[in-house]
Design a binder for this molecule. Structure first.
Ligand code: ATP
Length: 366
């Protein structure tokens, strides 16, 4: 009988509860014991009542709850070895040797580092007499599996992250609301959406709402974009459009890596086109609320797959990240997916936008 724990870490996203529910229930259904680590890595480092055994009924109704009911946190201590040493001790004391982490690239990096260090951490715990050799003897390896919870859809090697479609739906709903008031007054709205290194929410919400212009980090607009944007908007207005919607990802930049802010875009629209323009920053509304059906389905299927991956893991297997590829639930090497994801941020920083788009599986079309 295995003891398998699940935790949520980094920014919350709708669907995380569905993932926890699926992990808890499939662990129990396969005859093993399920645990939840509360408050992300904080719970792993502190232990005590932040690590709880879960029963089938403990996760009843969780599919339709937003946020993460087991809490999430950013934990500086886990980034340092003493924090991970305490975490290893807590897992051994609870008999847990399978860990499923639902979070972003930082959380999954931390999980894999922890797995790599596992043997060394246990040796150190014995040397320092924190644990006895008998206590650590049954814990040869730590199996981990990653689930990607992120509203940004910013992880490479998977088509969708848990929470992204819920956030997209929320943005579209908000833009629909704004559309009505914008058209009434013939106004322009600059709408800021989340996405520091990833323009998926901006692009998809722009396409889904028929926005006039979109700014994303991976593909900055051409030099002189102000003129291009104004020409496009004027053309749309001449065709009878009574409102203007410009979507700006929070990480939008120009080709010199200067931020393109919503306020600057507004100034351009006011000065050049004399449009009555407002800025709306959607903020955390994009994160909150319940998960859409897609995220409930994705988190459930991926949660089940993560447990299967842990139960059947062979020592030589690399840690898996549970993905979705062309509508099939798949396992991808976690380290490679995280590396590719970090590569996007690096490519943007070095102004290699074609590479950034390539790593996002998209063509860079001038
Ligand atoms: P989001 O995409 O929402 O930002 P994330 O998982 O990338 O999610 P981070 O803040 O990067 O969010 O990471 C969450 C936590 O994971 C950190 O607070 C830390 O405890 C742990 N973590 C992140 N990176 C590492 C690392 N390199 N080594 C050890 N732990 C890490």
């Amino acid at each position: 009988k295995r003891k398998i724990a699940v935790m949520t870490s980094g920014g919350d996203s709708p669907g995380m509860n569905g993932a926890v529910r699926a992990v808890v229930r499939s662990t129990i259904a396969l005859g093993h014991e399920a645990y939840c680590i509360y408050e992300g890595y904080e719970g792993l480092v502190k232990g005590g009542d932040l690590i709880k055994r879960m029963a089938w009924e403990d996760v009843r109704g969780w599919l339709s709850e937003g946020g993460t009911l087991i809490g999430t946190a950013r934990c500086a201590e886990f980034r340092e070895r003493p924090g991970r040493l305490a975490a290893a001790k807590n897992l051994v004391l609870n008999g847990i040797d399978g860990l499923i982490v639902c979070g972003g690239d930082g959380s999954l990096t931390g999980a894999d580092l922890f797995r790599q260090e596992w043997t060394g951490l246990l040796e150190e715990l014995v040397e320092t007499e924190e644990l006895t050799p008998d206590q650590v003897a049954p814990f040869k390896t730590l199996n981990i599996a990653g689930l990607v919870g992120s509203i940004d859809n910013d992880m490479s090697s998977t088509d969708a992250t848990i929470g992204a479609y819920s956030s997209l739906a929320r943005i579209c709903q908000a833009v629909d609301y704004i559309d009505m008031t914008a058209a009434s007054h013939q106004r322009a709205f600059v709408i800021e959406v989340m996405g520091r290194h990833c323009g998926w929410l901006a692009v998809m919400s722009g396409v889904s709402t028929g926005a006039d212009y979109i700014f994303i980090p991976e593909k900055p607009p051409p030099e002189g974009w102000e003129t291009q944007m104004c020409d496009t908007i004027s053309r749309h207005r001449k065709l009878g459009k009574r409102k203007t919607i410009v979507i700006v990802a929070e990480g939008a930049i120009d080709r010199n890596l200067n931020a393109i802010t919503s306020n600057y875009v507004m100034e351009v629209l006011v000065k050049r086109l004399k449009l009555d323009t407002r800025v709306t920053c959607l903020g955390h509304v994009q994160r909150g609320g319940t998960a859409v059906a897609y995220d409930r389905m994705l988190s459930t299927l991926q949660g089940v797959e993560a447990v299967k991956a842990i139960v059947k893991a062979k020592p030589e297997d690399p840690s898996p990240m549970i993905a979705i590829t062309e509508n099939k639930i798949t396992r991808k090497p976690l380290v490679e997916a995280v590396e590719m994801t970090k590569g996007v941020a690096r490519a943007i920083k070095s102004k290699d936008f074609a590479q950034a788009m390539h790593l996002r599986d998209a063509e860079f079309d001038e």
